[in-house]
Design a protein around this ligand. Structure first.
Ligand SMILES: [Zn+2]
Ligand SMILES: [Zn+2]
Length: 404
């Protein structure tokens, strides 16, 4: 009996050792890393599987895949983390619009190629839009990003309220973390770079490889909120950061392919959910945000190929009422986005589905480029001598391969 048990344990140990080796490096398909052994299929004649399983489909050469990574609130619920939309293009590039609190959990489930997640476009500096920047910075570095994380974000009414100072403070706040990892990981991946732009101007802030990202002002409590428009290959994606309906959005979103805009709770819902008095509930839902009927009216003006509503909880007792109110003022194509709603967009077709992911998903492993990227030496010398002397000798096995 003992022998059988020992053999079984051995078999389990060997199997896990073997699989760790086998799954450690991704495969490369069309320039994008996918989990080893996964074979993404080409989609033909717009015949998409009913459910999107991460890593199983190639983004077509002329296709844009948009994933609602997070669609909820700063006080997130497990089913709705905070705002984040991922745009993957047929040219192999990825763009993140906002990375609110909790979004990195979803990105892990999506088994993304972190080497591609090196750009975040931040609509404003509320936690539900940028709360996971530091988490992405470090997790992405560990999971395959060997270049800096670039954060494009707005100025504020004074320098200390702008994106540059925000990122400088993130860098300072996480000094203990990042300097302790230095040397173990590629040097450049440990950098985070702020690209601050004037929030008050409509301007192109990114223009590379045929991808153009335009910023324009949004109206949300204080100076320093914006929305974005991405143009590529004749397709357009508009991402509304928090705002009341405004003239810049109307102009930039007009006739775009996919237009995402916040669609907040009604004042009455916010009173019952959050316990706010009416005056404060109206302020939050209708003077700094856009409630469902306002969202509908705006979409009736811009007439997108697909309107996408987010920034509410998709709980059954809330969502239906929000949907009904939108439908009072807008009867065009509409997606009530939930976390992990995915839209595949081409010139002639828009497919809207849900993602199903593995809650035990592993990172896909690091690439050859990550392995060979320049790095320094592991961060020795950061612990005091008296602390090192407390080490129990002989417990951790010595190296079995040369390390000097
Ligand atoms: Zn928000
Ligand atoms: Zn906000």
């Amino acid at each position: 009996m003992k022998n059988i048990l020992a053999t079984l344990l051995m078999a389990v140990a060997c199997a896990s050792l073997w699989s760790a080796t086998a799954l450690a490096k991704p495969d490369k398909v069309d320039g994008v890393n996918v989990p080893s052994g996964r074979v993404p299929q080409k989609i033909k004649d717009n015949k998409y599987p009913r459910t999107y399983f991460p890593g199983t489909e190639r983004v077509g050469k002329n296709e844009m895949r948009i994933t609602a990574v997070g669609t909820g609130m700063p006080n997130q619920s497990p089913s709705n983390v905070a705002a984040s939309f991922l745009v993957e293009l047929g040219n192999g590039e990825s763009f993140l619009f906002d990375v609110g609190t909790g979004a990195t959990d979803r990105l892990a489930g999506l088994e993304v190629d972190y080497a591609k997640l090196d750009k975040v476009f931040a609509s404003h500096l509320h936690t539900d839009h940028v709360g996971d920047v530091a988490a992405l910075w470090v997790a992405g570095w560990l999971n395959g990003r060997y270049t800096p994380l670039h954060v494009y974000g707005p100025s504020g009414s004074s320098p200390e309220l702008g994106t540059k100072v925000h990122i400088d403070h993130i860098r300072a706040a996480w000094a203990w973390d990042v300097t302790s990892r230095a040397g173990t990981l590629p040097n450049a991946g440990g950098e985070i770079v702020a690209h601050e732009f004037d929030f008050s101007k409509t301007a192109v802030i990114y223009d590379k490889n045929g991808v153009k990202v335009t910023t324009f002002p949004a109206i949300h409590i204080r100076d320093g909120s914006v929305s974005f428009r991405l143009d590529w290959n004749g397709l357009s994606f508009v991402f509304g950061g928090d705002s009341v309906p405004n003239k810049w959005f109307q102009k930039e979103a007009k006739g775009a392919d996919v237009v995402v805009h916040e669609c907040f709770f009604t004042p009455e819902q916010w009173m019952s959910i959050a316990g706010f008095p009416y005056k404060q509930a109206y302020w939050v839902t209708s003077q700094i945000h856009t409630p469902p009927e306002g969202f509908g009216k705006l979409m009736s003006m811009v007439k997108p190929r697909m309107a996408v509503a987010y920034h509410y909880w998709n709980h059954r007792d809330i969502e239906l009422e929000i949907f009904e109110k939108v439908r009072k003022t807008y009867d065009g194509p509409l997606t009530m986005a939930d976390d992990l709603t995915v839209l595949n967009v081409t010139k002639d077709h828009i497919e809207v589905r849900e993602v199903s992911f593995n809650h035990e998903a592993w990172p896909m492993g690091t690439s050859k480029e990550w392995d060979t990227a320049p790095r320094g030496e592991p961060a020795t010398g950061l612990s005091s001598d008296w602390l090192i002397k407390g080490k129990l000798k002989g417990l951790n096995p010595p190296p079995t391969q040369p390390i000097d």
